[in-house]
Design a protein around this ligand. Structure first.
Ligand SMILES: O=C(O)CCC(=O)C(=O)O
Ligand SMILES: [Fe+2]
Length: 261
């Protein structure tokens, strides 16, 4: 019952959102007591253990309880967001984004943005060490995966120009691929790098959630269950951009026992 109620409140908050409204503050006030703790306890059983440090816990907004979707407003300052955009632009390495598990032609229709993987080489060449460290420190502060889990992918900066989108998809790999690679994505951490007034929302159709990009705002969700199977309820899309949109994303993964490896 509480879950249904929470989802309804989220829709309500989004529909009321205006450019100057501190809607997430209202959202905190209407969250049922203890719901974040309950959600994290449930998450540890079904998906992944997430133990946020006490100073960030207060800033987490539970957009959806099961599956858990968390929003962290004002995680990065504008200056840092702009620096990371400048690294991506300046790298000269932005390319048409890839999509996993589909042919090139399908990928081009599915995902029309441009992106650059912030490899150690790009990090070094463009002096982005501090920014990359900050991304991983944020993940650690959010307590994603606990101190023992070392598997992160290189961060990826993505730009959507007017009309570009990423159609509905799963971030977690399909079971066949997991069996083949012995690796699954367990947490998606997305950080919005600019304010987007029109278009470009991250949409979770199954959950009735639209997240409008705000500079420095983080989004955290969990695309796979503990055993490595996709949690298809976390399907999401990037709606077509009207204003230009920039994000950076990091996936935290884990090795999954595989008969073929
Ligand atoms: O751009 C967004 O809002 C979502 C991006 C996304 O889903 C992805 O890159 O996997
Ligand atoms: Fe995604």
């Amino acid at each position: 019952m509480a879950r249904v109620w929470l989802a309804v409140q989220v829709r309500f908050a989004f529909s009321l959102r205006g450019p100057e409204t501190a809607w997430w503050r209202r959202e905190i006030q209407i969250q049922p007591e203890g719901s974040l703790k309950e959600t994290l306890a449930g998450l540890a059983k079904t998906h992944i253990s997430v133990r946020p440090s006490p100073d960030i816990e207060d800033q987490l907004i539970l957009l959806h309880a099961d599956p858990a979707v968390l929003l962290i407003p004002n995680l990065w300052r504008r200056e840092a967001c702009e620096q990371l955009i400048a690294v991506a632009r300046g790298s000269g390495a932005m390319r048409q984004s890839h999509a996993t598990g589909v042919s090139d032609a399908e990928a081009q229709a599915l995902r029309t943005s441009g992106s650059v993987v912030i490899t150690p080489d790009i990090t070094r060449r463009f002096g982005a060490e501090r920014l990359v460290r900050k991304l991983f420190r944020d993940l650690a502060v959010l307590g994603v995966g606990g101190p023992q889990s070392g598997y992160g992918e290189f961060p990826q900066v993505v730009r959507y120009e007017r009309g570009q989108h990423f159609a509905e998809h799963q971030d977690a790999f399909n079971w066949e691929q997991v069996q083949q690679d012995g690796y699954q994505r367990q947490a998606t951490f997305l950080l919005y790098l600019n304010d987007v007034e029109k278009g470009g929302a991250t949409r979770f159709p199954e959950l009735g959630i639209d997240v409008q990009p705000r500079c420095g705002q983080g989004l955290l969700f969990f695309p796979a269950f503990k055993d490595g199977r996709q949690d298809v309820r976390t399907a999401h899309s990037a709606e077509a951009a009207v204003d230009e949109k920039w994000i950076v994303q990091v996936w935290k993964g884990k090795l999954v026992p595989s008969p073929r490896r």
